[in-house]
Design a protein around this ligand. Structure first.
Ligand code: NAP
Length: 248
């Protein structure tokens, strides 16, 4: 028996990294999963092909999380195919790092749109069906950088801090309707997003991680299972860091 038996989850950005681990772990725990990607069609379709079964539907959707209209049609399509959405995970995210002195408007807008506006887009549309069902769990993937800040990431840190404020407000709006909203704040997780960092930056991170290892996508996915499942039915409005104790 899985912790998510019978539940339907929508996970944004499930083609790679943390989102891909979430898709895999959620299926292991009994969920049916709809997930999105932006451009990695081959990877996304291979994941869905490998996990889809008669008892658990798994399907990939090409959908830009930054688009309000795309979020609306995606939600309609998934509800028509899966019948309901019990869990929404706002995971899709990007970085466009630069010191503020050199950061241009495009770098600011892109990161805010994909990381923060997407959270508004998906939550707003998916929430309607959760309100009717009077139950649901919404999980937003922020970052420890949204709490501590980080030089060269003013756009990213602002987007991730915004996600925390959004989630805490949403938790207050919809708690009485049986819907929970929580944040996971990962630290340094080994994915494509962190592979691009130079060795010096990685060493600095490592020196500040008491558990002395980098995190994996599965570490974050396991925490998402907890927040998606009834194991956390009295948990809302919280920020759960998955960071090996990282203190920046
Ligand atoms: P990743 O390996 O770069 O994967 C990003 C995923 O998001 C991909 O599936 C990508 O799809 C999707 N995506 C990007 N832009 C999108 C858009 N506009 N619409 C829909 N999907 C989009 O990143 P990751 O490391 O797994 O990060 C996942 C989340 O965790 C992000 O929100 C990130 O900010 C957060 N996070 C990561 C770390 C870390 O150390 N890795 C730490 C803290 C927080 P395509 O494959 O099609 O591009």
């Amino acid at each position: 028996m899985g912790l998510l038996d019978g539940k339907v989850a929508l996970i944004t950005g499930g083609s790679r990294g943390i989102g891909k681990s979430m898709v895999e772990v959620f299926v292991e725990q009994g969920a049916s999963v709809a997930f999105t990607y932006r451009s990695s069609a081959e990877e996304a379709l291979a994941i869905a092909d490998g996990l889809n079964s008669d008892s658990q539907k798994v399907k990939a959707y090409q959908s830009d999380a930054a688009s309000f209209e795309a979020a609306e049609s995606l939600t309609k399509e998934i509800l028509a195919e899966f019948g309901k959405i019990d869990v929404l995970i706002n995971n899709a995210g990007i970085t466009k790092d630069n010191l503020l002195l050199r950061m241009n408007e495009d770098q600011w807008d892109a990161v805010i749109n994909v990381n923060l506006k997407s959270v508004f887009n998906l939550s707003k549309h998916v929430m309607r069906s959760m309100l009717k069902a009077r139950s649901g769990s919404i999980i937003h993937v922020s970052s420890v950088v949204g709490v501590f800040g980080n030089a060269g990431q003013a756009n990213y840190a602002a987007s991730k801090a915004g996600v925390i404020g959004f989630s805490k407000s949403l938790a207050k709006e919809i708690g009485s309707r049986g819907i929970r909203s929580n944040v996971i704040a990962p630290g340094f997780i080994e994915t494509d997003m962190t592979h691009v960092l130079d060795e010096k930056t990685k060493e600095t991170f490592m020196a500040n991680i008491p558990l002395k290892q980098l995190g994996t996508g599965k570490d974050v996915a396991d925490t998402a299972v907890f927040l998606a499942s009834d194991m956390s039915k009295y948990v809302t409005g919280q920020v759960l860091s998955v960071c090996g104790g990282l203190n920046m």
